[in-house]
Ligand binder design. Structure first.
Ligand code: ARG
Length: 345
């Protein structure tokens, strides 16, 4: 499975397009427990003339358990599969959760290619401020509260980063051209509609160039149902300690389940007044894994079939990882119309 923990789907007849050059193997019979293709029982490797490239085989591997039976609607045709958004090349392998506050683990480079950071220019160098999520070659989403403290000229958007203290290959910084706050940000409940859309300035004529380490996340459809129990991935360079100080040097990620809004509104949790329709909670009521200070504005992506969709933006929480104080996220599906209207101008 090339390190992918989910299931796989086979594609016949050159579903991803015919290859070129010699055909090295024919009639291979893998059992699924091999670590390399070379361990699969097969006739000798070498140019084979029995088949044509129009018969090339393909395998799609999945992050999460995947049941091919579900995949029968026309929406999930290869055409969608080939779209670029939401596809990560390198995958973070879940290991048992650890009981520290953020409770995540260092993400494999490229496993969260849509995760960007917002930095603030200091006198000598810039420092990490918030997370953001790439949604197109010129746009990112973040939490509105992340971009309200400084004039926009002081922020820098960095994509393709992994180790904050080292210039990673393919890492790029952009200046912000416009910040669009949601018009109802902070209206009514505190941190309501905590979402802002950033448009970056082109850099030598180009917007964000997509590579294996830099890719947009897909937007969910407006009608997405946020089923409690759905496990989604959060990521960021936010705090990993008990207290809020000390940001992570390398990108962290963790899986958290979506919670029932009803449970999150219980009085021992956040009570009925703090949560608006544009928010949802995720994490563990017993405490443990959570997003934390410095993660705000960053993504919660949920895997729907083979795509990673941006369901949440890290917004707030009381402390980090405390019992009955789960993370609260901006419900992206509620803002699709607004996002589209800002992008389309
Ligand atoms: N507001 C925080 C920030 O500005 C993010 C908090 C998320 N907190 C949590 N417990 N999930 O970075």
């Amino acid at each position: 499975m090339l390190g992918f923990p989910g299931g796989a789907k086979l594609h016949k007849e050159a579903a991803f397009g015919p290859g070129k050059g010699p055909i090295w193997i024919n009639k291979i019979q893998c059992n699924g427990n091999e670590t390399t293709l070379k361990d699969c029982p097969a006739p000798n490797w070498g140019p084979s003339f029995e088949c044509k490239h129009s018969e090339d085989a393909g395998v799609e591997c999945y992050l999460d358990n995947y049941r091919p039976e579900e995949n029968t609607d026309p929406e999930s045709s290869t055409q969608q599969t080939l779209e670029i958004c939401g596809m990560a090349d390198v995958i973070f392998k879940p290991s048992p959760p650890v009981a520290k506050v953020s409770g995540g683990q260092t993400a494999a480079p490229g496993s969260q290619p849509w995760t960007a950071s917002i930095r603030v220019k200091g006198t000598t160098k810039s420092f990490h401020w918030c997370g953001a999520v790439i949604i197109s070659d010129r746009h990112l989403l973040t939490a509105a509260h992340c971009v309200e403290d400084y004039p926009k000229g002081l922020y820098i958007v960095r994509v393709g980063d992994w180790d904050q203290d080292v210039e990673d290959v393919g890492e790029k910084e952009f200046v912000i051209q416009t910040v669009n706050f949601h018009p109802d940000f902070n209206i009514g409940a505190y941190l309501s509609n905590d979402i802002a859309l950033l448009t970056i300035k082109r850099h030598s004529g180009r917007g964000i160039v997509f590579t294996d380490k830099v890719k947009p996340a897909c937007l969910p459809s407006e009608s997405t149902i946020y089923n409690p129990g759905t496990e989604c991935t959060i990521s960021g360079w936010g705090s990993i300690g008990q207290t809020s100080g000390g940001y992570a040097r390398k990108l962290q990620s963790a899986k958290v389940p979506i919670l029932k809004t009803e449970d999150c509104m219980k009085k021992q949790v956040y009570g009925p007044d703090k949560l608006t329709g544009g928010m949802f909670c995720a994490g563990f009521l017993e405490g443990g894994i959570d997003s934390c200070q410095g993660d705000s504005g960053g993504p919660m992506v949920c895997q729907t079939r083979e795509k990673n969709e941006l369901w949440g933006i890290i917004s707030w929480g009381y402390g980090c990882g405390r019992p009955n104080k789960p993370g609260v996220y901006t419900r992206v599906a509620s803002y699709i119309q607004w996002i589209k209207s800002v992008i389309e101008g």
